[in-house]
Write a protein that binds this ligand. Sequence first.
Ligand SMILES: [Zn+2]
Ligand SMILES: [Zn+2]
Length: 673
Amino acid sequence: MFSSESGSNICSLCSNALECGEKRYRCSECSDIKFCEECYHSPKSIEFHTDKAILPHHCTIETKTDSEYLQSNESDRFYQCFENAFNSFSHRNCIGVRPVANEPTVNWLTFKDVYQNSEMFGSALKLNVKYESRVGIMLNNVPEWYFVEFGCLFYGYTLIPINHYINNDQLLNILKIGEPTILVVSKITFPKLLNVINNYSNLTLIIHVGDDYDQNLKNQLPQQIKFKLYSEFLSTVSEIAPHSPLINGILSVVFSTGSTGIPKGEICKDRDTTNWLKTYASYKKCPISISYLSLSHTQRLMDLTSIFLGGRFLIYSLGTEIEPFIKECSMVRPTYFWNFPTFYNQIYSMYQRRLEILKKEQPNLSNDEVDSKAIRETTNVFGDRIQHISTRGAKTAPHIEIFLKKCWGNRFYNNYGCTESYAIASNGRIRSDVEYKINAIPGFRDDSLYPVGELIVKSPRTIEGYINKDGSNEKNFRNGWYVTGDIVEEYEPGVIRILERVSYSFKSSFGRFISPEIIESNFYSSSLIRNIFIYGTSLHPFLVGIVVPSQLALERFNLTYDQSNIDQHQDLKESIINEINIISKQKNIIFWEIPKAIKLDNTIWTVYNHLLNGSFKFDRKEITKYYQKSLDQLLSGINENVMLQFECLFYTLLFLSNETVTFYNLSPVIDSP
Ligand SMILES: [Zn+2]
Ligand SMILES: [Zn+2]
């Protein structure tokens, strides 16, 4: 059952009861304002619009309260949930695009517009593509994404959402594992596909959103692949075909990068998919929000939930900096907002800078007064309508959580979940519909007072498994239980704290999964590097490294392995940093995977000093222990400015979607000593 708190059934002016099914006018700006037919036309109704959005407010004719819609739109089939939602909310605004950043104009697509566009795309699929085919979608955040999404849902195709920021290897792996035969791309993502196209042979059709494609790239396509413009593809449709949704089929294959670095394709079917939809729908009333990240995962879920609830969101993709985005927030005045911890780190920095300024400007104010003023200004950035603001996707630092609670009180949620089982805990408390076990890990905090270990969960949202045929199902799924790979501490019954990943791979504070061994492997092509060890933690956005130079490198500078303090040798260090930067560019390494600071060391790693294990592999645990002091110094030695610059850059990249930008030409490289 959905929560039924939202929406009363009383006319806001005359207080007469509105029966379910009875016509009423619902305001899209004010919270829970609706009028009976008579009152809507009364001039007095104007006074009841309390929201500060410019009058007149957009009102739609409806027949139920939001909670009544929620209950009647619910279905065990994902298709039916959306069929119902589109029917219920056809006149509401659904997806907005601001043609000019930070200008007030918004071009809105109504639910009906989105529905009809989706039917067009789906009908074209039905005409041209075999039923149940897999359709890959690699687009930046544009309305066409949703048309493809619902086109597939309505007409029986499996959707494979692909993050347009991934590197060539990941893309190739996703294609090979997901096996799409059709791929929808744009000017931004088409070049990326060309990098790997010759190594993947199942593709038969490429659909290009936008008419401004690169003719040279098109000419490079293998002969068996048809290339069609999106508009051209739609022009094959003479009439809308009847819907033919999948029955018990795979609705989507969603990829996440697992700890081994090989992307895992999650099989999403009606049961798990409708259950996460119900869970997320219960979090919030009909939301007003901003959509701006890649639609390959969390943002997609949030946007789909918004559509199911009859909410509206604005696609933000024009700006390149954090400031215009903040400005956008204050213009949209969202009711619902989520982001990665690293975003809130920046908000926290803004708040701290503001504190300093206020103290100087108004020395007569007490610390408490200055603080509450700065907090108020921070919350105002997001407008006056926030009902639910959350962080998810990575661990949030405790001081940031305290700050966010100060800003939004109990409207702030620290959500924890995983892509295989979706929502697991909120503010540390495990959801009531999640069964869980904590399996102790020998050697990890054996002395803890609380249960500590790897979290294993089972919920109505847990997926069946991966599409991969590489043994990852056996490892991660056991009789309906999912092994999260997260080490948690249950410090109160049913309340957990996330401590660490089980493997040495980890999520950076960007929410990005970092697999150090894979990153390291890139640098072994260098003749100057004997060993490299990449290190980071989930509280830091950047990585650092220990490098043991090769003999060749040492000889160039008349050094030997017996030398002490080779880290002090500036010329050697510079040449190695230079080498790392060159390789990073050559291999198109994503900037957050490039070490931000390194230390040189001349210890030879052997089985004797235990830095190599019995099978002559790096013993990461031992290496970490051996270099712990240096690693901590490297991590803490990077000053605030560099960090801020690094975080801004990350967001810049997320925002860029109208220009073709490759990662390497924006990658911050290691600072020269
Ligand atoms: Zn009335
Ligand atoms: Zn209103």
